[in-house]
Design a protein around this ligand. Structure first.
Ligand SMILES: Nc1ncnc2c1ncn2[C@@H]1O[C@H](COP(=O)(O)OP(=O)(O)OP(=O)(O)O)[C@@H](O)[C@H]1O
Length: 272
């Protein structure tokens, strides 16, 4: 029988993708589909290329080769339309900047503000259109940070910062949520809160794609798993992909990859 996720339409389709830093390959021959309206976990060892894949999907990095489509159209179209929200692993945020939690989360609405009249965009954030304020309010409520709306972001704990960044992605109300390690560095109650939020997002029809090292969380919640280590090492249902055998194969691939890279580096040095 075909697994449920394989028959669902794709939110993102990647064909023959290659990516590299300074001619050093990081992703090779990536062919993947992320099912629409499902929750996918991307799993792989450190340095496997997971964040790089997100950089390509968000347009922060151009692939060497390959094609990426979202809902059957070039992904750039959906990026421009604000249909793809992204929470990075390490945000390029100046945490000492004197800006409140509320204003930070409002950042998730800037893509939608293109349609607002200019005079409105020049007003203080508290006067933005109700649709933006409501989205920010809901996102802060979802991550249980409403009470800290006025707090400067520099005065937050690490876990609270993570929840604010998630709220900013949620406020965008995008069709696709890309989350790079949303569960890293949060305490167990916050982890549960984030998992519950993502569960609700999926139930409302959004496509959730997260990078995670949290195997129990992935086993319990997600619909689909992609194993990656430079190449796609597997894609399918969590029961199969997160089995001891599959995870052991992934770990072995990481060791082999390191050995190959070291051999190539040594050969290059010997040829100098
Ligand atoms: N800006 C960069 N310049 C050069 N190499 C980079 C750059 N960013 C990442 N790399 C390298 O590319 C490879 C893939 O990195 P990437 O961050 O995509 O891995 P990852 O799977 O997200 O790892 P982690 O689980 O540790 O976050 C690594 O070998 C990394 O050192």
């Amino acid at each position: 029988m075909k697994p449920l996720c394989e028959s669902a339409p794709a939110a993102i389709d990647i064909t023959n993708l290659y990516a590299a830093y300074h001619r050093q390959p990081v992703l090779e021959n990536i062919n993947l589909s992320f099912p629409a309206g499902k929750w996918t976990a991307i799993v792989g060892p450190n340095g496997a290329g997971k964040s790089t894949l997100f950089h390509v999907l968000t347009g922060g990095m151009s692939p060497l080769r390959g094609r990426v489509k979202a809902f059957g159209e070039p992904i750039a179209f959906h990026r421009k339309a604000g249909n793809i929200a992204y929470m990075a692993q390490r945000e390029a945020i100046e945490w000492d900047f004197p800006i409140s939690v509320w204003e930070t989360v409002m950042g998730g609405r800037y893509g939608h503000m293109r349609h607002d009249p200019l005079w409105r965009r020049l007003l203080p954030a508290r006067w933005y259109a109700a649709s933006h304020r409501d989205a920010v309010h809901k996102a802060l409520e979802d991550v249980n940070m409403l009470a800290l709306s006025d707090r400067p972001i520099g005065a937050l704990s690490g876990g609270q910062k993570k929840r604010v960044l998630l709220a900013r992605a949620l406020a965008q109300q995008a069709k696709i949520l890309l989350l790079d390690e949303p569960l890293a560095g949060v305490d167990p109650p916050s982890e549960q809160l984030i998992l519950d939020v993502l569960k609700r997002e999926r139930a409302s029809g959004r496509t959730v794609i997260m990078v995670t090292h949290d195997m129990p969380g992935a086993r319990r919640y997600v619909d689909h798993v992609v194993l990656i280590n430079r190449f796609v090492r597997g894609s399918g249902l969590p029961e199969e992909m997160l089995s001891t055998t599959k995870l052991a194969e992934l770990a072995v691939s990481a060791i082999e990859q390191t050995n190959t890279d070291q051999t190539l580096r040594s050969s290059a040095l010997a040829l100098r």
